[in-house]
Write a protein that binds this ligand. Sequence first.
Ligand code: ANZ
Ligand code: ZN
Length: 820
Amino acid sequence: MPYDFKSIESKWQEQWEESGLYKAPDKPQKKFYCLEMFAYPSGDIHMGHFRNYVIGDVLARFKMMQGYDVFHPFGWDAFGLPAEQAAIQRKVHPRQWTLKNIEVSRQTLERVGLSYDWDKEVITCNPDYYKWNQWIFLKLYENDLAYRAKSLVNWCPSCKTVLANEQVEGGRCWRCESEVTKKELEQWFFRITAYAERLLADLDKLSGWPENVKIMQRNWIGKSEGVELDFTLEKSGEKLSVFTTRPDTIFGVTFMSIAPEHPLLKNIQIPANYRKQVESYVERSLKKSEIERTTVSGEKEGVFTGLYAINPFSGEKVQLWVADYVLATYGTGIVMGVPAHDQRDFLFAKKYGLPIKVVIQPPDQILEPDKMEAAYEKPGTMVNSGVFNDLKSEGGIQKVIEYSAKQGIGRRKINYKLRDWLVSRQRYWGTPIPMVHCPECGIVPVPEDELPVLLPEKVKDFLPKGRSPLEDVPEFINTGCPKCKEPAKRDPDTMDTFVDSSWYQLRYLDNKNAQALCDRKKITDWMPVDKYIGGITHATGHLLYFRFFNKFFKDIGLLGFDEPTVELFNHGMVLDSKGEVMSKSKGNVVSPMTVIGDYGVDTTRIAILFAAPPGKEMFWSEEGLNGATRFLSRVFRLVEMAGKQSIDINQKFNLSLLSETDAAAYRKLNWAIKKVTEDIQGFEFNTAVAALMELLNSISELVPGESRVFAYCLHKVSQLIAPLAPHLAEEIWQQLGYLDSVFKSSWPEYDREAIKMEQVTYAVQINGRLRATFDAPVNLPEEELKKLVLAQEKVLYHIKEKQLLKTIIVPNKLVNLVVK
Ligand code: ANZ
Ligand code: ZN
């Protein structure tokens, strides 16, 4: 390296900090809110984080130079399991562990010169932050959007702990491998389902979101339009409602299935000789995970209850089964089984020898139940369906629904797959739930002016036991009822950490406000977020909660827009050179800090940015670092050659007055300006770097003393490279004679005249005959010309299904194709 990157880096980092380069004005003229997903303070910043932050940093600096007032904050998602685990293993308090990690990580991020305004930092485990979680909780409660309900949780009887779904492996506890059971617990929920329709409909407004994320959210919300139809239990007459999207198959019902955990099962009289079987089946299925139960390919199991149900349309009597492919939490928890037209029902019927009755006839074949190898699930014509015969499925569905409504045996129904958000956790390290349980008054919210409810520092034991450790802290748990003032108990649970991350973008704006979550004016000035950058893993969890909270805030008048972020960008993963995920266990982790120590921040940035477009996965290689080193050294040397000379960087050159090499370099420069601008805008940073590398080649051909554009080009290069390699850019900018920061200079604009290309008309001959003509820029490189030829419709027509043997090009005149 021809320059000492260490001293350059620290020099500029200090200067930037001192001059307040990253401070956003209180009142922006032209705002740009650049947000990266905040970090879990685990103590080490790995290559994936680093890449994500660099992507955001490039954008923030670019926008600064484009004249935006950029708001670019950072913070810490500081509550959650790992801190607790560290506390249990290492006997340090979660707060101490967390705050120390934050300290170390913040220093790391400062050391790599990221453009964050640290004055706006948020730390979610601090009372001045989580107070507002509690405030939001109260508001949700006020609006009937926070409620308590019993819910089945995974329970390990030997660890005596609640397990998350991911902690259950094949029905066993991940830690002790004993069989997991289900336990009913009173839990807090947020009624996100009340927003299902808006969360779905507003996806259409998110033009700046990746299509795949929107599809994932759409599927997760899972809107399904159908009807509830009432069957009745034979003898007792008990109502058995089913939800179906295919009422046109009502005459094909040959059995019914009820979910094992359905409350009705406890109330209905199962004949004595069936009871044992049913009970043991129910117990077995409760151990399975939802995924095991619902995969289409999985074995469908069930047990007959000995009871029969009556089809309200045909009057037919069918068997009632308990089957665990039916989920208690979807629809009514009861399904009408139509084996001929539903694949799961088909497999079930085959397994247990239940009848198959065809009621939908396809247009092109006659279905025979005995010969069917799979259900026919597509629409068709209704048959064996009484008065509905000969209707097409679509019309039939409507007719059956109308008929059922008229008869009072059914009603139109829209269901969503989306479930309410279970937010209570029986853990220590989280936001206390601001509720009091009073023996007299029941559940009483803590008054707003008593917030925050502080998380007690001292707890006997952090080890989770399926009940919150806070239950064992008398000073915390015992309190007075806010209503009747008599002794009462605080809610012992803490909130899911996804609550913390659902609104942090607002707190950044006003992180010291003690009166409000965020000043309304600041929200109006800065929100919504202009670009949100983060991993695809958050497509349905975090990003859905984030949108839900924004809509709720709108409803309570905190803000005035529907969506928290206009544009979303998912960065790719960082893999090792063999394409494997970096992980401690594989021993292939490359620490960004080591690399930065050896090569410098800018070189590391360029290596990362050049290796792949930000949205794609990136393979880490040392080779990339060497390439980046050569590139930056070259920039530095050329600037040294240019020396200090004052130049009007806003001037334009007249191409016809320049020498041939100067004109070529000037053209190249303006192409590069156009390309770098568009590529940064379009998150194609790798090709932006490539364009600069090409530009350097052209500049290198100039003779500094003779060329009229040599120095001019380098002034522009310093600006163009600034978002990508900020320290070097600032250094050479100063060497070129500027006193103020390069980030205060305005982003270069290209000279339209210089990139105008003369067009020429090519003739295309195919096997010697003129077949087409087309226009192309003069002197187009051969490769691009070939692509252009093969995109011509007439050419395609003449060579289709033939083999292209040879392409002969006469520049700016003729393309000759030989095909066979
Ligand atoms: C009868 C039927 C016949 C069905 C047919 C389909 C095809 P979506 O689109 O996902 O909403 N179903 C209803 N509740 C269920 C539950 N709790 N657990 C498992 N399956 C359930 O699917 C709706 C369909 O899923 C419903 O329509 C029902 O099966 C099943 F030829 O009813 B159908
Ligand atoms: Zn009370």
